[in-house]
Design a protein around this ligand. Structure first.
Ligand SMILES: *Cc1c(COP(=O)(O)O)cnc(C)c1O
Length: 468
């Protein structure tokens, strides 16, 4: 070992000595020995590299400060609350529907202790997980029976596998949808073990196309809500009631995947109408499937409602066990569904609906209050304007309908590359303690304020904005 290397070694304390030194000992107590030891080792390894190219070793307190910083980083959760100012209310990448407080509280209570999730308190015997939701779903949809699984993709998989394994299912070519995240109807059908029979064309499918496709291997007739796109122009699809009548003539179930199953008429809240499970069941569907965390505004879940004998078949399928919901989901969904019993107060109590039906004038007033404060925080680095914009509902619901809203729109000043400056600006907002997620469009960063309810929380952290 050269003299320089020896000096280096002696300048750096050993791992054991550091772990006994007072400032590091406090970290051992706070974070546990294994994590503290690993952090000490990592910091010492960094120090050796740094000292090899010169400089002086820090003292114990200096080393402890670095160890603490690395422990803080290690323990920081990767999941963070963010401000969703993208303009898409039900943003799948940002967790879809914000849940009602009562739903979050119910989930927390379920998480924290033992509960009668599968225990019949009256009889003192094993109970049914679905019993906590089924009656409520039936009341709200008019169905005879219902069951709940992890998400709507699971609901579709369970229905197809339970009712159409090794059999054929005719589906219109206009409804062979892909939802984000690798949910493609033809692939789900294949995984469910059933044979998709494509009928009609992309833009037009007629009752006679269905009639011609039905044979002795047909298991059911299926309709899929084309939730995230719209075919416009010269189009034709068969109304649900006619498809139901055709299926029933052949003794087959009629199944509808309605996607975003809003339980009340959105038109009552000044929003575009979206088919409800009740309407679809009344039109003759034997089963409907829909998501819990889209327009319904609850936790991630897939709800299947309809005929009792068919739901019983789903419940007998071993896949049901693999796809079942956890107790927190059941608690949160139950509390969310209970809010629907009082439609008059729904828009006030259910955050998703409250945000979707928020008055544009109120959003504009908020934008006008925030703009000067944002401008001050940006200190000349960007120009701030209040602009009218359109919010999207998101999650594939009502893809062509947009809601009038207002945004604060930021344009970086300075002559440097606008694109790079814009990216730095967006990164600075994402770097805040509660990251702010906007949308970059037309050389501007805009924050649609429809989903901003915590105005004080948003303003409080602006002083920490660090634009590079
Ligand atoms: C969203 C959607 C799905 C998938 O639902 P998840 O709850 O996201 O699994 C399936 N079908 C349709 C028509 C949808 O809109």
């Amino acid at each position: 070992m050269s003299e320089a290397e020896q000096n280096l070694q002696s300048a750096i304390p050993s791992v054991d000595r550091l772990l006994r030194a007072a400032p590091v000992l406090a970290l051992v107590e706070a974070y546990g020995r294994p994590a503290a030891r690993d952090a000490v080792r990592a910091v010492l390894a960094e120090l050796r590299e740094e000292l090899a190219v010169g400089g002086a070793a820090p003292d114990e307190a200096g080393i402890a400060a670095r160890v603490e910083a690395s422990l803080v980083e290690l323990m920081r959760p990767t999941l963070k609350s963010v401000f969703n100012l993208t303009g898409t209310v039900l943003h799948t990448n940002l967790g879809r529907a914000p849940m009602a407080e009562v739903a979050a509280e119910a989930a927390a209570a379920a998480a924290l202790g033992a509960l009668n999730i599968e225990f019949d308190l009256a009889r003192g015997k094993r109970g049914e997980r679905d019993s906590h939701l089924e009656a409520r779903i039936c009341r709200l949809t008019g169905a005879e029976a219902a069951t709940v699984v992890n998400n709507n993709a699971a609901a579709v998989l369970l229905v197809l596998n339970s009712l159409a394994n090794r059999k054929q299912v005719p589906v219109s070519r206009g409804e062979l949808i892909e939802i984000g995240g690798a949910f493609r109807m033809p692939d789900v059908m294949a995984r469910a073990g059933c044979k998709l029979v494509e009928i009609g064309t992309t833009n037009r499918t007629h009752l006679k196309d269905y009639a011609a496709a039905i044979g002795h291997k047909t298991a059911l007739v299926m309709k899929v809500h084309t939730s995230n796109y719209k075919v416009e122009g010269f189009t034709a699809e068969v109304p649900e009631a006619e498809l139901a009548a055709l299926a029933h003539e052949h003794g087959l179930p009629f199944v509808v995947d309605i996607g975003s199953g809003m339980l009340v008429d959105l038109a009552d809240f000044g929003l575009p109408h979206e088919a409800t499970p009740r309407e679809t069941l009344a039109a003759g569907a034997d089963l409907v499937t829909f998501s819990g965390d889209k327009l319904l505004g609850g936790p991630q879940a897939g709800i299947i409602a309809g005929r009792k004998d068919l739901v019983a078949k789903l419940n007998r399928n071993p896949l049901k066990r693999a796809l079942r919901c956890g107790k927190m989901t059941i608690a949160a969904l139950g509390a969310t569904l209970a809010l629907y019993e009082d439609p008059e107060r729904l828009a006030e109590r259910l955050p998703a609906l409250r945000l979707l039906s928020r008055d544009a004038g109120e959003i504009e007033a908020l934008a006008k209050r925030l703009a000067p404060k944002l401008a001050a925080a940006l200190a000349g680095r960007a120009e701030v304007e209040v602009v009218a914009c359109m919010s999207q509902i998101g999650s594939g619901a009502l893809p062509v309908d947009a809601l009038p809203s207002f945004a604060v729109s930021l344009a970086p000043t300075g002559k440097k590359s606008a694109g790079a400056a814009l990216n730095r600006l967006a990164a600075a907002f994402r770097g805040l303690p509660r990251p702010v997620i906007g949308r970059i469009q037309d050389d501007r960063l805009s924050f649609d304020l429809r989903c901003l309810e915590d105005e004080a929380g948003f303003l409080d952290q602006l002083s920490q904005l660090a634009v590079k």
